[in-house]
Write a protein that binds this ligand. Structure first.
Ligand SMILES: N[C@@H](CCC(=O)N[C@@H](CS)C(=O)NCC(=O)O)C(=O)O
Length: 207
């Protein structure tokens, strides 16, 4: 098998969702840290890997793919022979797509954005992001009231895509104390064999 390389950044939730999935799938990979603080991701060499100039990027032999959710899709469909993580069943797969969109939409502009302000000093409206975060977390909390996983009966890439920024929401001043079903879901995810955490980042430290 050709070697898998993950170009990422340890404090990025987008990067973490790919790294934790590689670990959940028990795949060997090399983590290549991209110097985001000094703009390495905007240099021609990196732009040749991802024209959007963002991490994460995955290289599997000669195949290069960027966008965390696209990477999860690629890995699940290439390496998960059990089809647990992205089932062949079109109805379940469609529901998973819905939650991948939630991860790229409401979660990115809610808890992830609030954390960007607090941890990295991003110039975004903190309160707007916090309000958006509570809106989506409230919906997800209700959704999980009688379910173990976001879609279907077992963990899927829907859970992988949404885990990192929800787990680290408190770093952006988005408390999870109102969301008991989300807390249970996070604990279930963290108990999966192969789970690896993203480092906690105290406010301002990563500036
Ligand atoms: N849709 C992309 C978003 C990735 C993303 O936002 N990456 C951030 C780090 S967490 C980045 O590279 N930001 C630098 C930039 O956008 O210039 C994905 O899911 O991978």
């Amino acid at each position: 098998m050709m070697a898998i390389k993950l170009y990422g950044f340890k404090l990025s939730g987008h990067s973490h969702r790919v790294e934790v999935f590689l670990s959940l799938l028990d795949l060997e990979y090399e983590f290549i840290s991209v110097d985001v603080a000094n703009g390495e991701h905007k240099q021609p060499e990196f732009l040749a890997k991802n024209n959007f100039g963002q991490i994460p990027v995955l290289a599997d032999g000669n195949f290069i793919i960027s966008d965390s959710n696209a990477i999860l899709y690629y890995l699940a469909n290439t390496y998960d022979k059990s089809r647990q993580w992205f089932p062949a069943n079109i109805k379940l797969a469609s529901e998973i797509q819905k939650y991948l969109s939630v991860a790229s939409g409401q979660i990115a502009y809610g808890p992830a954005a609030a954390r960007l302000v607090k941890v990295f000093g991003a110039e975004l409206e903190h309160q707007v992001a916090i309000d958006r975060a509570h809106q989506v977390l409230n919906i997800i909390n209700c959704h999980l009231a009688n379910k173990n996983w976001l879609v279907g009966e077992s963990a899927s890439i829907a859970d992988v895509a949404n885990y990192s920024y929800i787990a680290h929401a408190p770093e952006g001043d988005v408390s999870l104390k109102y969301y008991p079903y989300i807390q249970d879901w996070l604990a279930r995810f963290e108990a999966l064999p192969g789970f690896i955490p993203m480092p906690k980042t105290p406010a301002g430290l990563a500036k």
